[in-house]
Design a protein around this ligand. Sequence first.
Ligand code: GAF
Length: 386
Amino acid sequence: MAKQQVRERFVELYGAEPEGVWSAPGRVNLIGEHTDYNDGFVMPFALPHVTTAAVARRTDGVLRLHSADIQGTAAGVVELALDALAPGSDPSWTAYPAGVVWALREAGHPVTGADIHLSSTVPTGAGLSSSAALEVVVALALNDLFGLGLMGWKLARLCQRAENVYVGAPTGIMDQTASACCEEGHALFLDTRDLSQKQIPFDLAAEGLRLLVVDTQVKHAHSGGEYGKRRAGCEQGAALLGVDALRDVPYDGLDEALARLGDEEVRRMVRHVVTEDHRVERVVSLLEAGDTRAIGPVLTEGHASLRDDFRVSAPELDLVVEVALSAGALGARMTGGGFGGSAIVLVEATDVETVTKSVTEAFAAADFAAPRVFEAVPAAGARRVS
Ligand code: GAF
């Protein structure tokens, strides 16, 4: 249905049929937070929430963009000249798709223009990778239409470059790779150093379990300073320890490494990253051994580390974790970059209602905006849908 609507709207806007329709999902990260710019491990899975794009090529060096999700004065078709695209020049939503076109052309790919209409069901600012979904769907469509031969992580790298350089957000590679490479029914175990991947079956329903996403409605952004400060702190830690990236600090040698760091803040960041990489490996082993319930406490440990050591949580996220655990959840943690956004909660299927009710009531009692709670089931990665 959605793809038909997107197609029809494209015709209304541009007066011709699109050449195709593509979609790319948002993601939830199960474990492995703030490890991706430290060459470490992550384990996201794709959500059923997607950004859909109807696209047709142009040959005149013009990019026309429209989004069904933008209302008010910024609504309407935006027309850009490809030759005028320049990093840092666009503070609006169009920087994401335009950044992808810029990155493709800068890498030497012969993109000569396009008409694009977008529509998304991925909540924005909720820590669920709406930006990556937007970048990946545009990259995939242009890749297919212009025959660029970019698949999987190559596409993800290009989108990351658009976000880092064009938009100016110093993010890692996780979100774009998740959107491009995840598979239905699986979580993606990704080594962000060499981008090797392993699809880990993740069928919670078969085990009587559910994963809830609690969107706190507290908006966050990674182009703000806090994300960049964490990244810089990690790089400083690696330099002080004489390693290429924090991934190279062995978990077994962590105490010894920490003892060599004088700066308390850097020490905390290093401890988070090294223990978080270890948690990803533990979760992978537990899932491969079929011991799914046992990942709960590992998720909760991850939250404590993000809250106390890495300091990227928020009162709303901490409240979700605390209340969900008291209401019987097996594990809970913030997901994504933090400073707002969403938390995930692993629960027995029979406890979904109690946990949801407890969290919602606790938010009302704390005078927080009502959270949006939904169940997440691992969905497919980016693809052509028509
Ligand atoms: C955001 C970033 F975009 C990712 O690259 C990653 O660093 C994440 O925060 C934290 O794990 O989603």
